[in-house]
Design a binder for this molecule. Sequence first.
Ligand code: ATR
Length: 273
Amino acid sequence: MTDRYAVIGNPIGHSKSPLIHSAFAQATGQDIEYTAIEGPLDGFKATVEAFIAAGGRGMNVTIPFKLQAFEIATDPMESARLAGAVNALKFEGGRIHAQNFDGLGLVNDIQRNLGVSLAGKRVLICGAGGATRGAILPIAMQKPALIAIANRTADKAHGLKRDFAAHATLQTGGYDELVGERFDVVLNATSTGLSQADLPLAASAFAPGALAYELVYGKGLTPFLKQAQAAGVTRIADGVGMLVEQAAEAFEWWRGVRPDTQPVIARFTVPLV
Ligand code: ATR
């Protein structure tokens, strides 16, 4: 019997998840159906329950439901607990298991696909919202020399330092506090990739040979990537690889089979111009 999976969000029309998971299923010979569900803004829980009642086995969760998905989880894994947000659910024996694979997808893309090891590196994360929360633990596990978090609202960054104190040592503050500091890996986890706003990030923040990584995907050269290029950075990437890698983690969690991500990343990569 065909097992049913779906991505739920609102809006959801733009989601590439059905295409990605269908490609994984085809390549690995898994008999699944993966659809996109536009969840009503006031009816997330009811929609998930209806999907489970109809035999659904798992779901990906995207904006704006990642926090609500955490609330309905009966068994949140550590990745979800620390992020306070969920991007993958598994329905099994009346339980709702929850994971957040976004950060792991990011780390896998940086290390395996882009070939940049995080061990011993100085890493700067711009932004202190949900995307940053998901990224901190997987990055910390790679033992970088430093994880700095800069945010427009410095207090929000300081809040992360407190929340993650048991798991990671974070340097937190506003962008103006980065004066004179250089980083090997600079990640843009703010929403400026979507809004096309500039970040108040000094050109000097990029160390020679740095990687500049925009977590948003499919937006071409975002203001952050343009700032990096203007600062002389030649290694730039957007989040398409992160998207496919987090999907691969969910697929393996659900199906027990690891799909090859390379052909799918190649299919969805849009040149950064
Ligand atoms: P997400 O869940 O995608 O991380 P979020 O929780 O709304 O989204 O967080 C958005 C992040 O982008 C925040 O860190 C926000 O900074 P503030 O905490 O100061 O609001 C950051 N951000 C949004 N627009 C920005 C801008 N124009 N300049 C700098 N940072 C910006």
